[in-house]
Every structure is written in C-alpha cells, then in structure tokens.
Design a protein around this ligand. Structure first.
Ligand SMILES: O=C(CCCCNC(=O)Nc1ccc(S(=O)(=O)N2CCN(c3cc(Cl)cc(C(F)(F)F)c3)CC2)cc1)NO
Length: 238
C-alpha cells in the first residue's frame, strides 16, 4: 500500500485549474492510498475555519468524503494556513498534526515538517512566525468579523508582494545546519517537508550516519506527489 504526501498547493479561487487537479487526485489515486498527508500551505490564504468560501468548501468536503471511505487524512499548518483549528480538522475529517511530527512510515521513523522552521537564517520571517503562532495573536485576529479578516489578508498579501518584512513572498531555502540539528535531535534518518518549492530527494549525513531529506513540490504549474511504499519513495510531478 502507498502513503501519499503533498504540500504547497496554495489553492486559491484565482487558480481554478489547480483546484480541479487536486479534486481529481482526491477522487482518483487518493482513494486507493493507505493514508494522505498534506504538509502545509494547502491554501494560498486561510483567515479562519469559519470561511464558507471556495476553494475551501469543495476541498474540505472532498477530503471528508475521502476520510469517510477509510483513507486517513492528516493536515499540517503552513506559513499561509497557520490558522487551522479543530473546526477545520472536523470539516475535513482529518487529524491536525503538530509541526514537527514523527510518524512510522512502513516501520521507519520519519520526521514530517512544513519546512518554514528550517529557514532559520530568515530572522524576519521567524519573528513573524513566532508572532502569528502565538495563541493570543490568533485569538485576537479570529475575534474579528470574517470580512475584516478577509480584508486584512488581502492587504497582507499585497504587502507581502512588496516584500515587507515578515510576510515577504521571498522563500529562502533551508539552513543546512538546522536540517542536520533537527534530524539529530529527533534521532531519525528521514525528513519529509515542503515550503521551499524546491522538490528533490537529498542524501545527507547526520552524526556520520546517512539520512535523506525529501522536499515536496508546489502545485503552481503542475501537481507534485510523494508516493511512499514499502519498496521506497518516489517524488513525481502529476
Ligand atoms: O520562507 C520564508 C517566507 C515565506 C513567505 C512568508 N510569507 C507569508 O507567509 N505570507 C502570508 C501568509 C499568510 C497570509 S494570509 O492571507 O493567509 N493571512 C494574512 C493575515 N493573517 C494574519 C493572522 C494573524 Cl494571527 C496575524 C497577522 C499579522 F498581524 F501578523 F499580520 C496576520 C492571517 C493569514 C498572507 C501572507 N522565509 O524564509
């Protein structure tokens, strides 16, 4: 059986073809999977689980139907969809995963991350992340009416296009030393993450031992899926 991993779909009403591609994937290959892991940035923006709009409504309903057919669905927050709460988990019939999270993948301990925590050299972004992950900040933001949050998000995304500190769109690559220290601290030799939009399977050495780091691809131009089976890992554009 195959476990599927995707991330960085950045689904948005402005890119309906990619939402259609993902819904086809959920109605097709995902139905035969052992489990589906979505490792962050499923959506381009997420201002609260109470947003009834598209593409969230269709995607959550399809994920819930997939889970109801017996395929476990796991969701991790990204740097864009960091406001997921338990309501989102229920909407999608999914389990919300902490970041980082260790799973047993066909018997091998594997570290799952969105990947933004590995970009430790980007001090401005890490400061922004600490702020927006603070429960008090989130409660304050979520207490505002949905239209106000949507307006704020539109402004934040416009600002990020002007590369203002914190929410700038420039995605740096991971800091190698941080990758190694993270793997060492969890005592695992496999890491799967997204975020950098630099899909690849990297061999590295941690404390003199071989390890691998799988980077999932974004879905801006096409899909990208990691298929993990007992025979190994295959990272493919779809
Ligand atoms: O990798 C890197 C960098 C990678 C790229 C980082 N850029 C990036 O993530 N941008 C970004 C993320 C989310 C959105 S949003 O539209 O979904 N939305 C904005 C308003 N939201 C908000 C919530 C809270 Cl609680 C607090 C705030 C506040 F006050 F801080 F602004 C805002 C909710 C979320 C818009 C843009 N560097 O290495």
């Amino acid at each position: 059986m195959t476990v599927l991993f995707v991330s960085d779909l950045h689904l948005d009403a402005s890119r309906p073809a990619i939402t259609a591609l993902f819904l086809d994937f959920l109605a097709g290959e995902a139905r035969q999977a052992e489990a589906l892991y979505i490792l962050g940035d499923l959506f381009e923006a997420w201002v609260g689980d109470d947003d009834p709009g598209e593409p969230g409504a269709s995607v959550c309903a399809t994920l819930r139907a997939l889970a109801a057919r017996g395929v476990p669905v796991f969701l991790m927050r990204g740097n864009r969809d960091f406001l997921y709460g338990q309501a989102m988990a229920e909407r999608c019939g999914a389990t919300l995963l902490p970041d980082p999270c260790v799973i047993s993948l066909h018997g091998r301990p594997t570290l799952l991350m969105h990947g933004d925590l590995l970009c430790s050299d980007d001090a401005a972004y890490q400061a922004f992340r600490r702020q927006v992950r603070d429960p008090a900040w989130q409660a304050n933001f979520l207490a505002q009416p949905l239209p106000a949050r949507q307006a704020f998000a539109a402004q934040a995304r416009a600002a990020s296009r002007q590369h203002q500190a914190g929410v700038s769109e420039m995605i740096t690559d991971v800091t190698p030393a941080t990758v190694e220290s993270t793997l060492a601290s969890y005592g695992v030799d496999r890491l799967i993450h997204g975020h950098t939009h630099r899909p690849a399977i990297h061999a590295l050495t941690v404390n003199g031992q071989p390890a691998i780091r799988v980077v999932l691809g974004d879905w801006y131009e096409q899909g990208s899926v990691l298929r993990a089976s007992a025979d190994g890992l295959a990272l493919t554009a779809i």
